[in-house]
Design a protein around this ligand. Structure first.
Ligand code: SAJ
Length: 406
């Protein structure tokens, strides 16, 4: 039986996937409300295919609790924030979860850490906790790191099809854990050591962050001399060895905007490209805010409260707002003591910011200028509703005449 600790964006789909593929699973989370919601038969966030997977897992007998279980295998999937000042990973939730497991785990149990951690975190923070509790690692308890790779918006498909990495102290444990993942994962599963597994995960997200930063920097260069960055990227990408990503209003989510900072925090004198890239991405919401003011001036608009931001989530067709560029932009606006922008997102039903609307109709009635911050399918399908508005399209999805870009 597997006890999955932490039932958030990664832990829940992983637990459901294993349960629906014949593994006995109990999911544990310290958040009582979340556990009660799951016990009542409801999922806790929206994701393509998640509800069906949930039903399959319930049918297969998955259970949810706030208690740690006595079993032979644990998967820890809890958040790893970073300290905004030092830029280093904050492993407190992982350490707490390991402590909780150690209180109940029988001799020989395996603890698999799925949470993203910076290279060396397991040596530095997790092993000492195990030693303190009197455990001999590799005898009383085995340790594994199996970083997740699934992308919000396509999680269920990617859980099934992505290749995976498993880091273990010994091949025997690595192979044993591999069998659990192989119950559902159709991709290749590589077994390596723990430090390598830690590093690969952070490097993957850093690679994407640096490449997005490159696209964002190109957008700024092209804006400076009035060139079309999208056309330039499109043509460059016809070269067989060039594949530039797309500029955007900023980088959000709990991965690409967070994990690369771990390397900057741990290697400040070495991780120069990464540091600059992260600053470039973090500067994009401010860049958009400046563009809004430029465009308003050009169009003779004077009332910022007649400008609306479309989208609050960190990217399209998800309901996750963590580190979202829109939230960053609103914060920046407050710092400049110029509140008033209207906001709307079809995926966010509760009130989270001021001047927020809950229907596209009401939002469009209240604004003269629309800034497309997130390319949800809804706005793609409603482009004809924007013909009378000034439009700033941060994703190059609007074909209307006179549209402004980043
Ligand atoms: N973005 C751009 N331009 C692009 C692509 C993305 O501005 O060309 C922005 C998005 O709008 C968003 C942010 O970047 O704000 C991040 O979005 P994303 O779709 O690139 O990635 P995430 O954060 O949803 O998921 C990433 C994935 N990592 C990689 O692709 C290397 C996913 O596979 C990981 O599992 C996930 O991080 C994670 O949990 O670590």
């Amino acid at each position: 039986m597997i006890n999955v600790i932490g039932l958030g964006y990664i832990g829940l789909p992983t637990a459901l996937m294993m349960a629906s593929h014949g593994v006995e699973v109990i999911g544990t989370d310290y958040n009582k409300k979340l556990v009660e919601t799951l016990q009542a038969g409801h999922t806790t966030f929206k994701e393509e295919g998640l509800d069906q997977l949930f039903e399959d897992a319930l049918e297969a007998g998955i259970r949810f609790t706030t208690e740690y279980q006595v079993t032979d295998t644990y998967i820890i999937s809890v958040p790893t924030p970073y300290d905004k000042f030092s830029k280093k990973v904050d492993a407190c939730y992982v350490v707490e979860a390991v402590r909780g497991v150690l209180k109940v785990a029988p001799k020989g149990a395996v603890i698999v850490i799925e949470s993203t951690v910076s290279p060396g975190t397991i040596d530095k923070y997790v092993r000492p906790v195990m030693k303190e509790s009197g455990c001999t690692i590799g005898v009383d308890i085995h340790l594994v790191h199996a970083p997740e790779r699934i992308i919000p918006g396509n999680m269920v498909y990617e859980l099934l099809h992505n290749n995976r990495t498993i880091g273990a102290d010994d091949m025997e444990t690595g192979e044993k854990v591999k069998q659990y993942y192989a119950s559902f994962c159709q991709g290749e599963i590589v077994v390596t050591d723990i430090r390598t597994a830690e590093m690969t995960k952070v490097v993957e997200n850093t690679y994407r962050a640096v490449n997005i930063a490159f696209a964002n920097e190109l957008a700024k260069i092209c804006r400076h001399d009035d060139m079309d960055v999208y056309e330039i990227i499109r043509i460059c990408n016809m070269h067989p060895r060039v594949n530039i990503l797309q500029p955007g209003p900023g980088v959000g989510g709990h991965c690409i905007s967070v994990d690369p900072w771990f390397l900057v925090g741990d290697y400040p004198s070495l991780a120069k490209v990464i540091d600059e890239s992260m600053k470039t991405n973090d500067g994009m919401p401010d860049f958009v805010l400046n563009r809004i003011h430029e465009i308003m001036e050009e169009k003779g608009l004077t009332d910022i409260s007649r400008v609306g931001l479309y989208g609050l989530t960190y990217k399209e067709n998800v309901d996750d707002m963590r580190e979202s560029p829109t939230l960053q932009l609103l914060e920046s606006q407050e710092r400049h003591l110029a509140p008033g922008l209207k906001v709307y997102d079809p995926f966010i039903t509760e009130d989270v910011v001021e001047n927020q609307f809950h229907s596209l109709d009401a939002f469009l009635d209240a604004v003269d200028m629309v800034v497309i911050m997130v390319k949800h399918d809804e706005i793609r399908k409603n482009m004809d509703r924007l013909t009378q508005k000034v439009v700033m399209d941060c994703h190059n999805i609007c074909q209307l005449d006179g549209v402004y870009h980043i």
